[in-house]
Design a binder for this molecule. Sequence first.
Ligand SMILES: [Zn+2]
Length: 124
Amino acid sequence: MEHIVDDIKVEWEDIGEGLSGDFNDKDPNDISLLRFYVSVKDGGEWAEADDASYCTRMPTSTPKDILRKGLKLIYDRVHDIVKNGSIKKICEDLSWLSPETFNICSKCWQNLANHNDDGSCVLD
Ligand SMILES: [Zn+2]
């Protein structure tokens, strides 16, 4: 999934990462996580921005609506800076991105219907 506007691209990739390094599918407590990349079109070619790719707390199983919100959030944070300066600090902070960033608790990552319009959880 990717979000492209103004020659800036933000995308999610699953490169097999988990909570600590490679995802371990034998470990029931591990979670398969997504990494984001930020690229800028330069002379007609996409070039990855420096220090702008981090693994996040966003599970690969996260519903698409939330993933879209995540890409938009990353895009909005880096947009004004990425063509002129370093976004390393911003991207480091964004590595904490998770469904909880959008008020979806970990119990409900698979079922957003559990959340009321005000963000509160019917399971709490
Ligand atoms: Zn919930």
